[in-house]
Design a protein around this ligand. Sequence first.
Ligand code: IPD
Ligand code: CA
Length: 265
Amino acid sequence: MAKNQFLAVAVRAARAAATVMRRYQREGFEVGFKKNRADLVTVADRETERRIRSIIGRAFPQHGVLAEEGGAVSGDGRHRWLIDPIDGTINYVAGFPYYCTSIALEIDGRVEVGVIFDPERRELFTAQRGGGAFLNGRRLRVRTEKVIERAVLVTGYSYSEHSDQARDTMRVVGHVLTCVRAVRRVGAAALDLANVAAGRFDGFWEAGLNPWDVAAGMLLVEEAGGRTSNGDGRRHRFGDPLLVATNRTLHRPLLRLLQTSNPEL
Ligand code: IPD
Ligand code: CA
């Protein structure tokens, strides 16, 4: 099957997800907790995911799925959809307009299609491996910044309750802050990656992310000319402790800053 048929279904599902999100914003909803006080889940997350799964399931009943709220369904062993219905749930709940839906398709263990939709700005990010990255149909390129001192970076923190982990995070952020122009923390890893692809940030790093947070965004960055890796500079595999994504030129310098501030990363 042609890759653009997968892409078309993913786009349809991401747009339908936005309709569900908007409905719950109008109607209101209760907030529940998963692992801890900051790990939120709402009926909007669950219903948005159900809508996406039903669109994808109807189009490709034989495919597997791994999604944040409903977990895994094994399929034909070749195709697997990675879905985050709402990335940035804390922002969604707070009414802070920075969250998105992230949908990716892995074929034979490689992400081939990625879609991220930001319903607040109506920005649709799409990528197919080898076919480029696009924002509302316009080709994306990462930014050409070459000097780390001028870099505008974005990062994320884990929701862990362990204070030693929080201290490690702050040590890394503190060190990077003294060497670059700015470090932002906006609260939706998938959208952060899409914005690296769009040239709005020069780079991103975060530890402890899940496959559904990063699959589509990594493909976007790579297809926009950027680079992604784990903390050693090797190919990032799902489950690796750290993801680093940059405009490529700043990859080594950012890795060096991260390694200097926390050699365990
Ligand atoms: C979270 C966001 C956040 C990142 C967390 C993720 P969620 O996803 O992407 O920016 O720092 O690590 O878990 O829980 O809102 O889907
Ligand atoms: Ca989520």
